[in-house]
Every structure is written in structure tokens, then in C-alpha cells.
Design a protein around this ligand. Structure first.
Ligand SMILES: Cc1ncc(COP(=O)(O)O)c(C=O)c1O
Length: 384
């Protein structure tokens, strides 16, 4: 009986696509690093939600916070948590900011959050769950928040401003230093969503001076950075860094039924520690240099694909700064974006359509030779 049920499951799983052939270009997750996968499998039952039983795993979580924190100048007073992903991290960040500032509000007013219209859908979810009003600000032609409109949108009810480092659509980064100035002038908290870009930008040349993705910006309360995207560990693994403990304390609950009555500042109670352990182990194994090597190769592959597609007459509306590329088809092109998207899927290559562009996310195991295969296919589709 058990055997039959297992077979039925396998029949369903046979429908899944696999990252292994390097043809999934629509996802911000991919195959995890093989070393990290091994560590993950060895630690399947570790529970960060029960630190009396798993005190070692809790220590490793602190190490991960320090490792990630070192990329963003997290102060010694800083803290954080490894969560299920970027959505949970963004929701938790806004939950903490809302609670910290709640006393400032008349009961009828919804607290307002000013966000670029490029933000991930998790901010809409957060607003719905937390009773917040999202004020979406148009972006400039470079797909960055319009600073003037952002400042004009601030009211007495505004509690925070969001900057994105690595937008879901094009990988762009908002002018964080200018956003910080606005936040300081209006006494607002700033949260940075670097779910994808947080493990990309810090490895690029002149990153610190160019992008200021750092807690050195004094208004920054928190940063989301996921380990299951460009951290190359298996899902689930989001990350949230907080400037200081006042933020998690604003959402803290005690669990009276667990040994040691732990305090939690997370949405979930039981929380897998496997990806946390996998990330710290991988970091110890390959270090900053190993991550940088992967990032540079992803970014170079993206630039290669952009140039080759341009040679074929496609348009790149926004120069890629990381490993996310959006392309458009001009009117006289033999296929429009939707047709090209469908034909690529039919031939086993997944892309997505975002903001009217065909979007490619380039992560391992997709390398240059795989992209040459893709370009060969595109040439055939153009000629058909
Ligand atoms: C910028 C950004 N933030 C947050 C998320 C949400 O991450 P998750 O899917 O891990 O919840 C994504 C997902 O693609 C993202 O691109």
C-alpha cells in the first residue's frame, strides 16, 4: 500500500521542471550549491523555534546574522533572524516598524508606508495583514523611485520609506543614500528590500561607494537579504537584519509551553534551521571570494546575453546592473514578447514577462555555453 502511494507521488513529481538543465530563467531560486545541499540534508530536523533543544543551531543563526551583517556594516548592537523567505522578512520588518511607532497614531489613521511602484508583492501582503496604507511612487526611466514624488507623498501618518536593492523586474537599485536623507529629515524608518540583490551588490566593484547598501545610512532600520536566492542554499531561507533589538522587541512573544520559555520575534513558531546551517557552512567553505566568483560570472553572463540579444535587434530598456535582464521586441521584430516567451517555453526554456519585457534571471547552473544554445534557438525562432 505504502509503495503504491509513493509511486503515485513520483508520477506527480515527474511533471516538475528541474533547475539542473540550466533552462529555468524565470525563477529567483535555482539549484543550491552541492555542498550546501549536503549540509541541508544532514540537518533536516533542526528547529530554530526551539532554542533550548537546538542551542547550537541558535548559535549558528547568530553567526549567519554576523556573516550577512558584515556585508552591510550591521552595528555590533544589530540582530536579525533567518525566516522562510523575502516575503516573510519584508512583512516582519514592517510589523516591527509599525509596532514601534504605533503609539504615535490616532486610532482612525492607518500608518502609511511610501514605496517605489517597483516593490515586490510582499509589501501589498504586508499592508493587507498589518492594516497599513501603501503609497506607491512612480519610478524614473531608470526604474528607480522618483525622489521628488516620494518626498511629496510623506504625510503625518507616514512611518517608513522603502528602498529596493535588486528589483524583481530589472534588478535595479534605488538611490539609497538620497532616500536616507529624506528619512532623516522627516524622522522616518527606512527598510531596504535586498532579498535578491543583497547577495549580489556587495560583491561588485566599488559597491560601497556606488550603492551605499549599508547600515551606515542612519535611517536604515532593517534589510531583507535572502539566502535561498543568491545565497545558493536550499529553500526556505530568507533573512532579516535589524539595526538594534528595539525592532524585534516590538513584536516579541513568549512561548510558555516550550522548554526555557523562549521569546520569538518571528511569524512562524517552528522554524527550520537547515538552510541557516547550510549557508554558514557554505560561507565557511567558499567565503567572500567564492561568492564573488559566482556573482561575477552571473553578471558577466547577463551582459553577454544582453549584447547578443541586442545584436539580434531586441531592445534593452534598462541596462542590467546585476544578473536580471529585461528585453523588449521592437515593432518590426518577427515575434512579440508574448510569442517569444511562449515559443521558448515550448522548447523547454522558461522566462517570465514583467513590465512588458521578457525577463531572464541568470543563476547557476546556467553558464555561457548554455546561453549559446539559447541564442541558437532564438535565431531559429526568428527565422521561422
Ligand atoms: C525584491 C524581492 N523581494 C522579496 C521577494 C520575495 O521573496 P520570497 O519569494 O522568498 O518570499 C522577491 C521574490 O522574488 C523579490 O524579488
Amino acid at each position: 500500500m505504502q509503495f503504491m502511494v509513493r509511486n503515485q507521488v513520483n508520477k506527480e513529481l515527474a511533471k516538475d521542471l528541474t533547475y539542473s538543465n540550466g533552462q529555468i530563467l524565470s525563477s529567483m531560486n535555482s539549484n543550491a550549491h552541492s555542498f550546501a545541499s549536503g549540509v541541508f540534508i544532514d540537518n533536516l530536523t533542526k528547529n530554530l523555534g526551539d532554542p533550548a533543544l537546538f542551542s547550537g543551531t541558535a548559535e549558528v543563526e547568530l553567526q549567519v546574522i554576523r556573516t550577512l551583517g558584515s556585508l552591510f556594516d550591521l552595528p555590533a548592537s544589530g540582530t536579525g533572524a533567518i525566516l522562510t523567505g523575502g516575503s516573510e522578512a519584508n512583512i516582519t520588518a514592517l510589523w516591527a516598524i509599525r509596532n514601534k511607532r504605533r503609539t504615535n497614531f490616532r486610532t482612525n489613521d492607518s500608518p502609511e508606508i511610501v514605496v517605489p511602484e517597483s516593490v515586490h508583492i510582499s509589501f501589498d501582503k504586508a499592508a493587507d495583514l498589518l492594516g497599513l496604507k501603501l503609497i506607491k511612487i512612480p519610478t524614473t526611466p531608470k526604474y528607480q523611485i522618483d525622489l521628488k514624488l516620494a518626498e511629496e507623498a510623506i504625510t503625518k501618518n507616514t512611518i517608513a520609506l522603502i528602498g529596493v536593492a535588486g528589483t524583481t523586474a530589472f534588478g535595479t537599485i534605488d538611490p539609497l543614500s538620497d532616500l536616507n536623507t529624506i528619512c532623516l529629515n522627516h524622522k522616518l524608518d527606512m527598510h531596504i528590500d535586498a532579498a535578491f540583490g543583497g547577495l549580489v551588490f556587495p560583491f561588485l566593484a566599488h559597491s560601497k561607494t556606488k550603492y551605499s547598501l549599508s547600515f551606515d545610512l542612519k535611517a536604515v532600520a532593517s534589510i531583507t537579504v535572502d539566502i535561498h536566492k543568491m545565497g545558493h542554499v536550499p529553500i526556505p531561507g530568507g533573512g532579516l537584519l535589524w539595526r538594534n533589538t528595539s525592532y524585534p522587541k516590538a513584536i516579541q512573544f513568549t512561548l510558555p509551553y516550550l522548554a526555557g520559555m523562549p521569546k520569538q520575534s518571528t511569524i512562524t513558531g517552528t522554524r527550520s534551521g537547515a538552510s541557516t546551517i547550510a549557508f554558514q557552512s557554505l560561507w565557511n567553505e567558499i567565503g567572500y571570494d567564492g561568492y564573488q566568483e559566482i556573482v561575477i560570472s552571473c553578471v558577466e553572463n547577463t551582459q553577454f546575453l544582453a549584447k547578443e540579444l541586442e545584436k539580434r535587434g531586441l531592445k534593452i530598456p534598462i541596462e542590467p546592473s546585476i544578473n536580471i535582464l529585461g528585453v523588449k521586441t521592437p515593432i518590426d521584430f518577427p515575434l512579440d514578447v508574448s510569442e517569444l516567451h511562449k515559443k521558448l517555453w515550448k522548447n523547454g526554456w522558461t522566462t517570465s514577462i514583467v513590465n512588458g519585457c521578457l525577463r531572464f534571471v541568470l543563476m547557476p547552473p546556467t553558464g555561457k555555453s548554455k546561453l549559446e544554445e539559447l541564442l541558437f534557438l532564438i535565431d531559429q525562432l526568428i527565422d521561422q
